[in-house]
Design a protein around this ligand. Structure first.
Ligand code: HEM
Length: 511
């Protein structure tokens, strides 16, 4: 009797699983790419050959994350004018040429993110990165002044302090040793974004280490889930994934930012900040620095329609977007300098030509580090922190000779755009002079987009560039960076951010 009952349950589960996968698949068969002139789609855009019914599914599921990363690189070389892939009949347009990138990124029809961002939404909910339409527009307008030069000036002080602190840590603990940049750099960028976004110094906050640990764990879990579409469904994730662990970290991380926001709001109320007639943040408190969240708190006090949860989602978005991206760019900048000692020497000469005492540099002095800026830009060309971005269509979209139907997905492969040999001859070569103004004149504006471009470009790009420059100047003034990891050993696996398969190790030698 028991075995009959168990048998029935198993049969029922199998039927549910079959329905679960076939119903959406049948629906996908209605989503069809067309051409403008009614001709064959394969004559208008290359299609990666797949299998009947399954499309490219069977090929892709066999690959591990490292193989997937190189699969997309090979397809970009094979189809330099972009190409279509199919998951069953579901079309995914892969953009690798700047002309298509420009059309996609400039169109309001493609401003919505695809379902690949769904797991991340658990962390950032519908903050600036993941929201769309009117909500996104209002928030973008509200938050933009946070990155104005006058406020950046205050963040600059944080960059300096955190850089100097890290240089001291390297000096006392890591100098002349082989060290993984992963043990140093992410800590710096997380502490920096925490202080600038929330006004909290993690190094002095008693819960700082816990928060840092929880954010790291959460990022790993969310990225892992993003790469496994089976887990996009909440029930499947709950039954077979690590939902409980994920929820546990989410609770802790959300609780941390929420309580900081509440505390700061109380502080503001006590100081009567809400009565200031405008949003002049410099009036808030002469002694205490501004944080990104202040713009939102002040808007709330001025009666704008922004609730506590809205502020939380934006602050969590800053934490998510401003931490790992910057850390990857700094890590690879240091690595490139290490494996190109001639370039490093030129950067060093530039630093000492500007000053002997970097602690006295002002924010405007940093505009003198032109060559360093080229080094960072060239690093982000070869190693863009965000190797691809993804959009979901909610209306038909005409691109070149094809019409992509509603619900299809567009992936823009920034990593491959940056290796276009027409604009970057010998693309694998690290050459900072590519970014000298005279060498950039005839470059397509969408062939280099490490911060994305168009409507939904990165709001924090000036912040990030300044943060990276301050850190590198402070570090390179004191240390010579030598490579331990070999360049040829650095491979990548697929991820939402650029993920090397080996730790990047260097040695910091005192100058
Ligand atoms: C080297 C550092 C950084 C890189 C390479 C980078 C790159 C990007 C990219 C590629 C996007 C577009 C994402 C997409 O369309 O899916 C983006 C969006 C965004 N970034 Fe950054 N980012 C960096 C640093 C920062 C920092 C420091 C902040 C905040 C303090 C920030 C905040 C944001 C936000 C809020 C968005 C969403 C903008 C919108 O949709 O309106 N980013 N970033």
């Amino acid at each position: 009797m028991i075995s009959l009952f168990l048998g029935l349950i198993i049969v029922l589960l199998i039927i549910i699983a079959i329905l679960y996968f076939t119903i959406p698949t049948l629906f996908l068969y209605k989503i069809k790419v067309k051409t403008v002139n009614g001709g064959k789609v394969e004559d208008a855009i290359p299609i990666v050959k797949g299998q009947w019914f399954f499309g490219n599914c069977l090929t892709l599921v066999k690959l591990n994350n490292e193989q997937l990363f190189s699969y997309f690189r090979q397809r970009a070389l094979q189809f330099p004018n972009s190409y279509l892939l199919y998951i069953f009949n579901y079309p995914i347009l892969n953009v690798v040429n700047p002309e298509y990138a420009e059309q996609v990124l400039n169109s309001p029809l493609t401003a919505r993110k695809s379902f690949l961002y769904r797991p991340i939404k658990e962390f950032v909910r519908s903050g600036l990165l993941t929201s769309y339409g009117k909500k996104w527009h209002t928030r973008r307008k509200l938050i933009t002044p946070t990155f104005h030069f006058s406020i950046l000036k205050e963040f600059f002080e944080v960059f300096k302090e955190e850089s100097e602190r890290l240089v001291d840590v390297i000096n006392s603990r890591y100098a002349n040793l082989s060290v993984s940049l992963d043990d140093i750099v992410p800590r710096f960028t997380l502490d920096t974004i925490c202080e600038t976004a929330m006004g909290v110094k993690l190094t002095t906050y008693e819960d700082g280490d816990n928060y840092r640990y929880n954010v790291n764990q959460l990022q790993n879990i969310l990225v892992g889930r993003s790469l496994n579409p089976c887990f996009y469904n909440k029930i499947v994730y709950k039954l077979f994934g690590n939902k409980q662990t994920c929820d546990n970290y989410l609770d802790k991380v959300h609780h941390f930012s929420s309580s900081i926001i509440n505390k700061r709001r109380l502080d503001f109320a006590n100081k009567n900040v809400g009565n200031f007639p405008n949003q002049d943040l410099s009036l808030v408190n002469e002694k205490r620095r501004n944080a990104m969240l202040d713009t939102l708190l002040i808007a709330q006090m001025h009666g704008q329609n922004i609730a506590h949860l809205d502020i939380c989602e934006e602050v969590d978005t800053f934490m998510f977007e401003g931490y790992e991206t910057t850390s990857i760019a700094v890590t690879f900048s240091l690595f490139m300098l290490a494996v190109h000692p001639d370039v490093q020497e030129k950067v060093y000469e530039e630093i000492i030509s500007v000053t002997n005492d970097v602690t006295t540099l002002t924010i405007s002095d940093y505009s003198q580090f032109k060559y360093l800026e080229c080094v960072i830009k060239e690093t982000m060309r070869l190693y863009p922190s965000v190797p691809f971005i993804s959009r979901g269509l909610f209306e038909d979209f005409k691109l070149g000779d094809i019409i992509l139907p509603k619900y299809s997905m567009i992936n823009i492969h920034i990593y491959d755009l940056h290796r276009n040999p027409k604009y970057f001859p010998n693309p694998e070569k690290f050459d900072p002079t590519r970014f000298m103004p005279e060498n950039m004149q005839h470059r397509h504006p969408f062939v280099y987009i490490p911060f994305s471009a168009g409507l939904r470009n990165c709001i924090g790009q000036k912040f990030a560039m300044l943060e990276m420059k301050v850190f590198l100047v402070n570090l390179l003034r004191r240390f010579q960076v030598l490579p331990i990891t070999k360049l040829e050993d650095v491979k990548f696996k697929i991820g939402l951010t650029l993920t090397p398969t080996v730790p990047i190790r260097v040695e910091f030698r005192q100058r």
